[in-house]
Write a protein that binds this ligand. Structure first.
Ligand code: NAD
Length: 487
């Protein structure tokens, strides 16, 4: 028990790892600075775990799988997850405050993440004892059935933008099936991963069933993805890192789920209900300061409504309030100085476009990583700002003539994560939903990846495999076929 900062008010020591149910300093004793993005200042330090700690964590997970954890019935795992969900709900305000300070997201957005974490645990708690195999009619004299079994040790490499939600959907599903987890949170935001694992420990999870090793991607992350004792890896992050993780896992023939980036479009047809669409058009681009894999960074608008949509979106941009996470306004800072440099670089790349709207930064804490949310009018779907994932509060609005052109632009990037249609035409809804290259298609709404129950994942450079919903339980389990000959 140690307080590291008055605002953070932590009940655990963030410079430690949680391995085998014990808080321990990293083997090499390293630490990394913990930054508050709202003020751009170093406020504490976290553990710099290395391959030695990953080794210990994988060993602890293997021991848990060989020990009591593997004896828990599906119903017991489900009951535990429901208990943990209640514990997360009870600490939702604490978790939200920690996440807001660590990530820089407005407090109410951080609180929504804490509630989503609790809901994931509730969903997977309820689902744990509903995952089962099937019987298969076969030759005379045989009975054939399938079993759904845990992989064993699952590795979870998580980014900094939605730590609680991503931990809920991947660790929640993995534990429901009976895997033992090694979690490597992002070096830019690892506090709620540690807090969550501590709550799981307190709620009675056997030692080693969930281990957390904070550290750098190139050290702890690379060690986890290459570890021979890991049986499955769930990775969420950038395309380049996803490829490196998959390459490392391939050397051990370990399956990988990749949840990568996106350039997700919302398509506004001439018959759209614009009043209904407008909040989604803007919020899906600026939520979490645009640092959302399923951010809607492209708005495609049929020519006849183009000027109207630009004008109405610009009104909303003008009203956006930007401030420190704890000020709890509409938009907070970006996560880091590095991310600010990346997003500022993209804003520069838009100098040949017309700025349709730009929010005012106003009076902000000095040193914070703030950028103005910016809306560009963009004639072509080929522009770099219409192709690249900016991962900041930047949207482009692109005109199209007809449905065929809309589909061509929408499908014209390397990504395929989420897409949405705004139209009252039922036949067009069905046609376009089929034509769009995306893991999720929303009709007259935009989920921004929301919906605990809804399978989520990408195509193309957005990744492969599905998390969330019941579908995730298939990914976190292995199917075994048993063929019994009895004559
Ligand atoms: P990142 O790839 O740099 O880091 C993600 C995680 O991977 C971190 O924990 C990091 O430490 C680790 N890592 C870094 N290098 C590694 C290596 N060589 N081996 C193993 N692990 C390593 O990504 P980021 O900057 O943290 O996150 C932004 C990206 O993540 C964006 O592209 C975004 O679209 C994507 N993302 C996708 C989803 C999704 O569900 N599809 C969700 C959130 C973020």
């Amino acid at each position: 028990m140690r307080e590291t900062s008055q605002d953070l008010d932590l009940w655990f020591d963030p410079s430690k790892c949680l391995i085998g149910g014990q808080w321990c300093a990293p083997a090499l004793g390293g630490t990394l600075p913990l930054w508050d993005p709202s003020i751009g200042a170093r406020i504490s330090q976290i553990a710099r775990g290395t391959s030695e700690d990953i080794d210990a964590a994988v060993g602890a997970a293997q021991a848990a799988r060989a020990g009591t954890w593997s004896k828990w019935t599906a119903a017991e795992r489900g009951r535990f997850l429901l208990k943990l969900s209640a514990a997360v709900l009870a600490r939702a305000d604490d978790l939200a405050r920690i996440e807001a300070i660590d990530v820089g997201k407005p407090l109410k957005q951080a609180r929504a993440d804490a509630l989503a974490l609790a809901r994931y645990l509730e969903f997977y708690g309820g689902a744990a004892d509903k995952l089962h195999g099937e019987t298969i009619p076969y030759l005379d004299g045989y009975t054939v059935y399938t079993l759904r079994e845990p992989h064993g040790v699952t590795g979870h490499i998580v980014p900094w933008n939605y730590p609680m939600q991503i931990i809920g959907r991947s660790v929640g599903a993995a534990l429901a099936v009976g895997n033992a987890c090694v979690l490597k949170p992002a070096e830019d935001a690892c506090l709620t991963a540690l807090a969550f694992a501590d709550l799981a420990r307190e709620a009675g999870l056997p030692d080693g069933a969930l281990n957390v090793v904070p550290g750098l991607g190139a050290e702890a992350g690379a060690a986890l993805s290459a570890h021979r004792g890991v049986n499955h890896i769930s990775f969420t992050g950038s395309v380049g890192t996803g490829i490196a993780v998959q390459e490392a896992a391939a050397r051990n023939v370990v399956p990988v789920t990749l949840e990568l980036g996106g350039k997700s479009p919302q398509i506004v047809f001439d018959d759209a209900d614009l009043e209904a669409a407008l909040p989604f058009l803007v919020n899906a681009g600026i939520q979490n300061c645009g640092q959302t894999c399923s951010a809607s960074s492209r708005i495609l608008v049929q020519q006849s409504r183009y000027d109207e949509v630009l004008e109405r979106m610009a009104e909303r941009y003008a009203a956006l309030r930007i401030g420190a996470a704890m000020a709890d306004l509409d938009v907070g800072p970006l996560i880091s100085a590095k991310q600010k440099a990346i997003v500022s670089g993209y804003l520069d790349q838009g100098r040949d476009l017309q700025i349709a709207a730009q929010a005012t930064l106003g009076d902000l804490p000095e040193g914070g990583y703030y950028v103005p949310p910016t809306l560009f009018s963009c004639a072509s779907g080929d522009h770099i700002l219409a192709q690249s994932e900016v991962f900041g509060p930047v949207q482009v609005v692109i005109p199209f003539g007809d449905e065929e052109e809309a589909m061509a632009i929408a499908n014209g990037t390397e990504y395929g994560l989420v897409a949405s249609l705004w139209t009252r035409d039922g036949a067009r809804q069905m046609r376009a939903a089929k034509a769009l290259r995306a893991g999720q298609v929303f009709i007259n709404n935009y989920g921004a990846g929301g919906g605990v129950e809804l399978p989520f994942g990408g195509t193309g450079h957005s990744g492969h495999g599905r998390e969330k919903g019941f579908e995730a339980l298939y990914g976190f389990s292995v199917l075994k076929t048993v063929a019994a000959y009895h004559g």
